[in-house]
Design a binder for this molecule. Structure first.
Ligand SMILES: *[C@@H]1O[C@H](CO)[C@@H](O)[C@H](O)[C@H]1NC(C)=O
Length: 344
């Protein structure tokens, strides 16, 4: 009975999160600023998430998705972060020294990321943007992530999270800690797991590129996002299609979730073979991205993740950059998107 409860309650909590951030955070559900923000704040505070803080970094993420320098989350590690010797001089043993581990340890690291990743990101900017100084987090109003005019919101989110935490302490004192653990905390950890799983898989895959300044554009970044049938109909229903329609969400974040399936259909046509859809079982995809998206090279304007043997699943073909530019990929897609939007 408890297992059943945890499973469903975890999904519902994750649903609060998905409706709160990707939707109300962009202000898509209501015309009123107040309605979007009050509902978003309430739902997210309930799952101990700092609404205005993540709203700020999430909007910044939308403006810089796929950029190595400016993206906000799941920014790839570099070769130098692992102190690997340069590409030409690295041997199998060098990679093995850094990445070789027992399957049990891999599993333990995955569980750790799933359970704690969201909080590590919020409190230490783990895998966050490298442009921020050490100590950057989502709770200090003076954090480099935020603009001065966002500071009040950050304080309000902190107060919200502190209020919710004290409610849990109060409930613990009244009904016992075991109740809080069983009714709230375990589903809450599962909710964090779903959050990390969705967001990690949207932007981390051995086959999608990351861009540096010279080659990044909004359209390329948005197209470097992966749609997945995460949790099948459960994901459609409880998580509001968040993973099914993520490419569409990046192209048009102001469109509410219930119109996104339609947008996905339209975008598929426009992007053709540049539309990324991966039907791999999401749990296997999680394992695959976790073990194969190890690091990217320091040089190169368009880079793909390398695995623990130092191999990339894809590389930019010689002359491809030039032909993309001359073929005018960006302006071509832009035109087609505008035509499709006009038709709609
Ligand atoms: C998710 O997508 C499906 C199919 O495209 C659609 O029928 C459903 O209404 C969407 N779910 C939500 C919660 O919007």
């Amino acid at each position: 009975m408890w297992l059943t409860y945890w499973w469903w309650q975890g999904l519902v909590f994750a649903g609060f999160f998905c409706i709160g951030f990707p939707q109300l955070g962009h202000g898509t559900l209501y015309d009123s600023w107040w309605a979007n923000n009050i509902l978003g704040f309430t739902l997210d505070t309930f799952v101990l998430a700092p609404f205005f803080a993540w709203k700020a970094s999430h909007n910044a993420h939308h403006k810089a998705v796929g950029s190595i320098e400016r993206d906000e989350n799941y920014v790839p590690h570099l070769r130098s972060d692992y102190k690997l010797p340069p590409k030409e001089r690295s041997r199998t043993a060098d990679y093995a020294e850094v990445f070789e581990e027992t399957p049990f340890f891999t599993l333990a690291r995955i569980i750790f990321m799933q359970a704690c990743g969201w909080w590590l990101y919020l409190s230490t900017n783990a895998m966050g943007s490298k442009m921020y100084p050490q100590g950057t987090n989502h709770f200090s109003p003076y954090s480099a992530i935020f603009k001065p005019e966002q500071r009040v919101g950050i304080i309000i989110s902190d107060l919200g999270v502190a209020f919710m935490a004290s409610m849990l302490v109060l409930l613990g004192c009244l009904f016992g800690w075991k109740s809080v653990l069983m009714y709230y905390f375990i589903p809450y950890v599962l909710c964090n797991h779903w959050i990390v799983m969705c967001t990690f898989l949207h932007h981390s895959d051995p086959t999608i590129p990351h861009y540096r300044k010279g080659e990044w554009s909004f359209l390329r970044g948005a197209a470097a996002t992966v749609d997945r049938p995460l949790l099948g109909w459960l994901g459609r229903f409880f998580l509001h299609n968040v993973s099914h329609d993520h490419v569409a969400h990046h192209f048009f974040s102001s469109i509410p979730f219930y119109h996104q399936p339609e947008v996905t259909r339209a975008i598929r046509e426009v992007l053709g073979e540049d539309y990324n859809y991966d039907s791999t079982n999401s749990f296997y995809a999680l394992y695959r991205s976790f073990t194969e998206c190890c690091f990217v090279e320091e040089e190169g304007e368009i880079v793909f993740y390398k695995n623990r043997y130092g191999d990339a699943a894809r590389e930019v073909a010689e002359g491809a950059l030039k032909s993309i530019k001359e073929g005018g990929w960006d302006s071509d897609i832009q035109d087609k998107l505008e035509d499709t939007a006009d038709d709609a």
